[in-house]
Design a protein around this ligand. Sequence first.
Ligand SMILES: *[C@@H]1O[C@H](CO)[C@@H](O)[C@H](O)[C@H]1NC(C)=O
Ligand SMILES: *[C@@H]1O[C@H](CO)[C@@H](O)[C@H](O)[C@H]1NC(C)=O
Ligand SMILES: CC(=O)N[C@H]1CO[C@H](CO)[C@@H](O)[C@@H]1O
Length: 407
Amino acid sequence: MGSWLFLFIVGLFLAASVSGVGSRNVTYDGRSLIIDGQHKILFSGSIHYPRSTPQIAKAKAGGLDVIETLVFWNLHEPQPEQFDFSGQRDIVRFIKEIQAQGLYACIRIGPFIQGEWSYGGLPFWLHDIPGIVYRSDNEPFKYQMKKFVSKIVNMMKAEKLYASQGGPIILSQIENEYGMVEAAFRDKGPPYIRWAAEMAVGLQTGVPWVMCKQNNAPDPVINACNGRRCGETFPGPNSPNKPAIWTENWTSFYQVYGDEPDIRSAEDIAFHVALFIAKKGSYVNYYMYHGGTNFGRTAAAYVLTSYYDQAPLDEYGLFRQPKWGHLKELHAAIKLCLNPMLSGEYTTMALGKSQEREFSRLCCFSVNNDTRKTVVVTFQDSLYELPPKSISILPDCKTVAFNTAKV
Ligand SMILES: *[C@@H]1O[C@H](CO)[C@@H](O)[C@H](O)[C@H]1NC(C)=O
Ligand SMILES: *[C@@H]1O[C@H](CO)[C@@H](O)[C@H](O)[C@H]1NC(C)=O
Ligand SMILES: CC(=O)N[C@H]1CO[C@H](CO)[C@@H](O)[C@@H]1O
């Protein structure tokens, strides 16, 4: 079997730079999110406010642009109508800290979040409401869900935290991985998803919404990918006008009692992020970038108190090397390609036998998908050596700035 090599090369285009003052205009097209008229490739990392002290400066130093958090309903409304946003529950303070560091934010409201959190984030009292069926086309559930989602959105608006108001929030999520369970709800599933999308959009946040693992996300909600290998597994946006967004890139795996820790190498994460970007992905979120601790009784059944200790920042917020540093270098190398990547054309060309390349002009990603063999390729009169299972990034198509397998 020959080695597989793909070269992704994109043309050069200099986008006019627009600097936003006050409110920002966040939209999207088939290429990426667009902030104040500029296309963006964004690296994002999950940090959950109840699980940690915010490690935002370290995330920023690691080359992240966005911090993403879930919103934990049962933490905020432990009893009906009794809200708590104090201390570790202070989501507003968390978002303001992100803003103070000059980063963007994404809030995934759910309000079913899974997240290895007790009861998936749903308050236990919901279960006493007569006739309620969770996450379904069911009036009692929809009433409670809308009430909570509106409460969070209105809080964010009151603090002017949406980008449309000059704040850091550029994206929000409604529901979570519903596509995986939708069939179980039979004819109550599809109308629920349509309702959820319409309800969310109707709240007029001024920024786009996503649904993850929901390939039929109703317009204008963007369908996003979760997983370890979205460059290979994502069927793509469900409309040519939507960008490819990866909401959960599992940097490891949460751990349950009795299991060995899941070690996902820095090289493997870097390979799949580079592949997703080379295939026109424009937004990658690391789940988790920093996991922290499940305090008290907040963890879901069997889940350890330590949450994603193998993430780029470990349970205590310390650098997990070489992961943190390798991904930082990856982000920097990809950012050297920004202008060509955001406006050029992508094509694929074969480079010799059983080799292919994607080609247009000024930035190259070359991929060796063979797990055992190093391949040597000639491209424009130069020789390049690609280690097994690796991607080289050549921001000028001549010089290798980064190889995912070289730590
Ligand atoms: C926001 O940006 C979009 C696309 O870049 C543009 O079509 C629209 O006119 C802008 N809206 C405002 C209010 O500036
Ligand atoms: C790499 O090889 C694996 C295993 O054959 C395959 O599943 C995957 O889609 C390939 N990836 C690329 C980018 O060609
Ligand atoms: C494998 C893994 O970590 N999956 C998690 C992805 O993130 C959601 C939270 O939105 C978790 O619930 C999944 O378990």
